[in-house]
Design a protein around this ligand. Sequence first.
Ligand code: SF4
Ligand code: SF3
Length: 547
Amino acid sequence: MDNAMFCYQCEQTLGGKGCVKSGVCGKTSTVANLQDVLIHELKGIGFYGQKNLEKGLKIRSEISKFVVDSMFATLTNVNFDPSRFVEYIKKAEEIKEELRNAVGEIENVPAEANYKAPETMKEMIEELETVGIMSNEKLDMDIRSLRELLIYGFKGMAAYAHHAYILGKFDEGVNNFFYKGLGATIDNSLTVEDLFNLNMELGKTDLRCMELLDAAVTERFGNPEPTEVLITKKKGPFIIVSGHDFKDLKELLEQTEDKGINIYTHCEMLPGNAYPELKKYKHLVGNYGGAWQKQQEEFDGIPGCILMTTNCVQKPRNSYKDRLFTTSIVGMPDCPHIEEIDGKKDFTPIIEKALELGGWQQDEPEKRIPIGFAHNTILSHANEIISAVKEGKIKHFFLIGGCDGARPGRNYYTEFAEKTPKDTIILTLACGKFRFNKLELGTIAGFPRVLDCGQCSDSYSAIKVAIALAEAFDCGVNDLPLSLILSWYEQKAVGILLALLSLGIKDIRLGPTLPAFITPNILQVLVEKFGLKPISTPEQDLEAILG
Ligand code: SF4
Ligand code: SF3
């Protein structure tokens, strides 16, 4: 169906302005418009949820889980299946009704809170002018910008809250902030300053959420250990696991034990190879491929299966569409989906398919890369690092992290890493690291020069390391010989950026381009308050940083 749409939530948005017919990511206008309706419903849920909280009423955990999950489903490259969004919208209507009834008669209800979604998908996708991002033409541009910044920060935080939920952890403070913040996006009394402060509050809450997730993951799977991961192919049937969900990886490892199937991680699942409770499975053999945007090429005609547990999924080519399985929040029309039933997932269909496909015919010559440098590992060597800094062996730290993406200009990160002097350390995390994690950048003071902290949520690890270093040197984080060079693509990076800014971290360089949803005025505030800058060239930026 070919309706109009508007989406500018990610870095690859059309022309740096907005996708208007279909998404550069492959999102159809149908899905984009359904996502707008869902987000609009969630704003109403936020409003009524907050009113419940103000009255001292408790909100059922299932409702908060729904808010988190459905919000996450709208993040870039997660769910492309229209029918799943219709289900979410219907459920959102019921929840809003429940919260409205619970709170009783109240005054000053914004019209948006009482929005009622149409019944059918056909009608829902015609709601662009009522609920779309640009539907209120009279809205002040800076207010819209800050509201959208908040919404995208929420999408990013929802991803982490979802992962923590799956591992049995949630935090009421985090959950409750969803209601407050979502409700605030339809509150016309809020000023630019109020909304700015709410964005900073989101940053702090996202940090709390990443901390919660870190605790959930390390309690379940242990602390990541320095590990040399195989990055070449091994002979035999295989399943590649992508996304961020280690619980899915663990369940699949259990169900494939002794079945003659090799399991590879892909993209953001790479750090899985470093967790004791995952690496103990001998058939978790290594990592396949690079970052998400290479998947259509790297999965083309592949003689094995792929399990997508979260973002980033791309529309598959016909050559592997029958062997790409989705689970959890991920959806792709025409691809098999594995549902959780009574708390368990049955991976039999993907296992059988992998065996039928037969896998690779021979081993490739082995190559390995080092991973497993999350906060526990780095901080257990804090004394060696501090001595190396004091002795002048380590002169500077760079945090080069964030998302990878398809647009040109991202070679900057490869070149930057290559050009960093040999007496510097690079901390990295998320999928942007695939731009340089296979380069031979050497070692320093007994450490690899590239210390891979893990997934994007392991920004928490990098922050913990930075704070510990600042304490050891008795200075502020901004006074450390540390520079942050970030790449963004989707909305988790938005949440992480807000987390860093909420800590007062200055002089972050951001690329490859700046978000389309940030207006010049808001950018000016970020520049003045935090010294946020766009990346330029590796040479110029290194010169500016190191002098
Ligand atoms: Fe466009 Fe990005 Fe939105 Fe996809 S998520 S429609 S690429 S702005
Ligand atoms: Fe990557 Fe999609 Fe952002 Fe978790 S997997 S960081 S882009």
